[in-house]
Design a protein. Structure first.
Length: 224
């Protein structure tokens, strides 16, 4: 299955930097996943970080730039929000404000920065950037912090990879808040593209790998 140019470039970058791995990995949830994604591995140098940011910018060009503020969900989204804002300005001459949230409320300093760092304003339309989405809970938590401090509207949530594991409860949580999901890649696209394909002489997803993924996805894949 072919991928759009920037999507293929991004996937190859994830593979070459070891940001996506295939095998058996225990997740926080306790599930054993046939793959693991750590976007930080793809951003270890300035050049690599720009490659990641440019993929987000390419996706945003398709989604639309009718938003005011780029919000980085702590922690992985923090550098992403800064990089994406910078590349939008540099490549497309589109200047957007950006910021991020804290995991825990700050008990000292400027009161306005207890939860949110950045020039967030009432009436802003916000796009949230993060690495992956598995369930909707963490994204809803990040959005809730924004709505506590300002009257804002959602553009949506953009992630590098959608694991496609949202269930009906997750979907309802997002829909109730009008949080639309966007991704550079979906995990099914990744496995379809890589099946029996040699990348620099190596096959990352063979028939067994595809079977393991199908079994995992059959249990935990999107039910809605």
């Amino acid at each position: 299955m072919p991928l759009k140019g920037y999507k293929e470039d991004f996937l190859l970058h994830l593979i070459q930097t070891g940001a996506i791995k295939f095998g058996a990995f225990k997740l926080k949830s306790g599930r054993i996943s046939p793959y693991f994604i750590n976007i930080a591995e793809a951003m270890r140098t300035g050049r690599d970080a720009v490659k990641v940011a440019d993929a987000y910018v390419a996706a945003i060009a398709e989604i639309g730039t009718d938003f005011d503020y780029i919000h980085g969900a702590a922690y992985k989204g923090i550098p992403l929000s800064a990089l994406v804002a910078a590349r939008l300005s540099e490549v497309h001459q589109i200047d957007k404000r950006w910021g991020y949230d804290r995991k825990e409320k700050k008990a000292h300093g400027v009161p306005e920065e207890e939860l949110i760092i950045g020039d967030l304003r009432d009436g802003d339309t916000v796009i949230i950037v993060d690495d992956v989405i598995t369930t909707g809970a963490t994204k809803v938590e990040s959005w809730s912090k924004l709505t506590v401090v300002r009257n804002v509207k959602p553009k949506g949530i953009l992630v590098a990879v959608d694991r496609e594991e949202l269930d009906a409860v997750d979907k309802k949580l997002l829909e109730e808040r009008h949080l639309r999901m966007y991704s550079i890649l979906k995990i099914t696209e990744i496995f379809d593209f890589l099946l029996n394909k040699k990348i620099e002489g190596q096959v990352y997803v063979d028939v067994k790998g595809e079977k393991d993924f199908e079994e995992y996805f059959g249990k935990y894949g999107r039910q809605c």
